[in-house]
Design a protein around this ligand. Structure first.
Ligand code: PLP
Length: 392
C-alpha cells in the first residue's frame, strides 16, 4: 500500500525547494526524526500497526463516490474521494496516526502540535489519547474563537490547548509559538500537520497521506476501468493535495489542479493564494513560496477557510508549480461558499469550507467538458455550519 514514490532530487529537496532552515538546536532532533522515519517505513511491524489503525480506527479505505447529481449539473463525470468520512472528519488523521506511531517508537514524553482550523489539533489530540501520550496544542486566539467546538473537542480528548495572541493570532503565529516551545523542549515530539516545515516533515507527511491517492487510483480503475482525465484538491500547506496527487504524478494524461484559498482574490492583500500571489523565500524552516509584503517580509494570509489561511505552502508544491505538472488556481471566498451550498443541496454532503475550494475549481474548469474527474473531499463541513449561518 505504501510504495515509495517521491520526486525528490536530493534528501529533503524537491527540485530547488525544501531543505532544512532551523536553529542549530533543532538539527539533532530533526536528524533523529529522519532516521527513525527511514527505519519505520522499512519495518514490517510498524507498517502492520499503521495499516491496522487505518482500517479499524480511521475506517479506510474511504469510498470513491460517484456524485451523479453534481455530475449532471456540471456536465462531467465527477467522483468524490470521501476523506470527510474518516474518523475525526478529515484527511489529517492519516498523518497524525503515522506520526504518533513514530513518537511511540521514539519514546517521546509528550506530543506538541499547532493547529489552524482545529482539525489538526483534534486529530493530534485523538491520536495522543489513543496512545496515552500527553499532548499540547498551540492555536491562534482568533482561530480558537472561530472554532470553539474544536477547542472543546481537544480538551475533551485530554489535550492542553494553548492560545497564541501575537501577530494575526492565526496559524502562522501558532506555528511560531509551538516551534519556540519545541526549541526549549527538544525531547518532545513535534507532530506537524501539513506537508510544510523543515526536512524531514514534507517527506513524512507526503508518505502518510499518499494512501489517499493509492486508494483513489485503484478505485477509479475498478469502477471506470481507466484513469481520470483530471484530479482536484485544495491546498493550504498541501497535505491532502499531495496525498491525492502523488499516485498520479507519473501519469501524464491525468491533469492535476489545485485550489488555493483566494480570500478576496489573488490581487487583494486579503488572500491566502501563496503559489499564485507569493514568491520564493525561506519561511518557517523551508525554502518554498510565501506571501510577502513590499519589504519581502512574510505577510498575513486571509481566507474564509481557517485550514487554508497560511502564508506558506509545502516545498513539493513549489516544485510542482514550477515544473508545470500541477496547475494552481486562486478560488475566492465567495466561489467556495457557493460550492459549499451547491454540494450540500445536490448530494446531501456538507463539505468543509476548505474542500469547497476544490469543488468550486472543478465546477469551473469541468463545465460541459464531459471529463472523468476526481475531487478530493478533504473534510466534512459540520464545523462550518454555524459560521455559515452567521452569514445568512
Ligand atoms: C487542514 C485542512 C486542509 C488544508 O490542509 P492541507 O495540508 O493543505 O491539506 C484542507 N481541508 C481540510 C478539511 C482541512 O482540515
Amino acid at each position: 500500500m505504501f510504495r515509495e514514490k517521491t520526486i525528490q532530487t536530493k534528501e529533503g529537496y524537491f527540485g530547488q525547494y525544501g531543505g532544512q532552515f532551523v536553529p542549530p538546536v533543532l538539527e539533532s532532533p530533526l536528524a533523529r526524526l529522519a532516521e527513525e522515519f527511514s527505519k519505520a517505513k522499512n519495518n514490517p511491524a510498524f507498517l502492520k500497526e499503521l495499516h491496522h489503525l487505518l482500517k479499524q480506527y480511521v475506517g479506510r479505505p474511504s469510498p470513491l463516490y460517484y456524485a451523479s447529481r453534481l455530475s449532471d449539473k456540471v456536465g462531467s463525470k465527477i467522483y468524490l474521494k470521501r476523506e470527510d468520512l474518516n474518523h475525526t472528519g478529515a484527511h489529517k488523521i492519516n498523518n497524525c496516526l503515522g506520526q504518533i506511531l513514530l513518537a511511540k517508537h521514539m519514546n517521546a514524553r509528550e506530543v506538541v502540535a499547532e493547529t489552524g482550523a482545529g482539525q489538526h489539533g483534534v486529530a493530534t489530540a485523538t491520536a495522543a489519547a489513543l496512545f496515552g501520550i500527553p499532548c499540547k496544542i498551540f492555536m491562534g486566539s482568533r482561530d480558537a474563537q472561530r472554532q470553539k467546538l474544536n477547542v472543546q473537542r481537544m480538551k475533551l480528548l485530554g489535550a492542553e490547548v494553548i492560545t497564541a495572541d501575537r501577530g494575526t493570532a492565526s496559524l502562522k503565529d501558532a506555528v511560531d509559538v509551538a516551534l519556540g516551545y519545541y526549541i526549549d523542549h527538544p525531547d518532545a515530539f513535534y507532530l506537524l500537520g501539513s506537508a510544510v516545515g523543515p526536512h524531514p516533515y514534507p517527506t513524512i507527511v507526503h508518505y502518510f497521506q499518499q494512501v489517499i491517492g493509492e486508494e483513489a487510483r485503484r478505485q477509479v480503475l475498478e469502477q471506470e476501468k481507466r484513469l481520470p482525465d483530471s484530479i482536484f484538491a485544495c491546498v493550504g500547506g498541501g497535505s491532502n493535495a499531495i496525498g491525492l496527487f502523488s499516485a498520479f504524478l507519473n501519469d501524464p494524461m491525468v491533469k492535476i489542479f489545485a485550489a488555493e484559498g483566494g480570500g478576496e482574490g489573488a490581487d487583494s492583500p486579503r488572500t491566502a493564494s501563496t503559489l499564485v500571489a507569493g514568491k520564493p523565500g525561506v519561511f518557517q524552516g523551508t525554502y518554498s513560496y510565501c506571501l510577502v509584503d513590499e519589504n519581502d517580509e512574510p505577510r498575513e494570509a486571509y481566507s474564509v477557510a481557517s485550514g487554508l489561511d497560511y502564508p506558506g505552502v509545502g516545498p513539493e508544491h513549489a516544485h510542482l508549480k514550477e515544473s508545470g505538472r500541477v496547475s494552481y488556481h486562486c478560488i475566492t471566498d465567495n466561489e467556495a461558499i457557493a460550492a459549499f451550498y451547491e454540494l450540500s443541496k445536490l448530494e446531501g454532503i456538507i463539505p468543509a469550507i476548505e474542500s469547497s475550494h476544490a469543488v468550486a475549481l472543478a465546477m469551473k474548469l469541468l463545465k460541459d467538458k464531459k471529463q472523468l474527474a476526481i475531487i478530493n473531499l478533504s473534510g466534512r463541513g459540520d464545523k462550518d455550519v454555524e459560521r455559515d449561518m452567521e452569514h445568512e
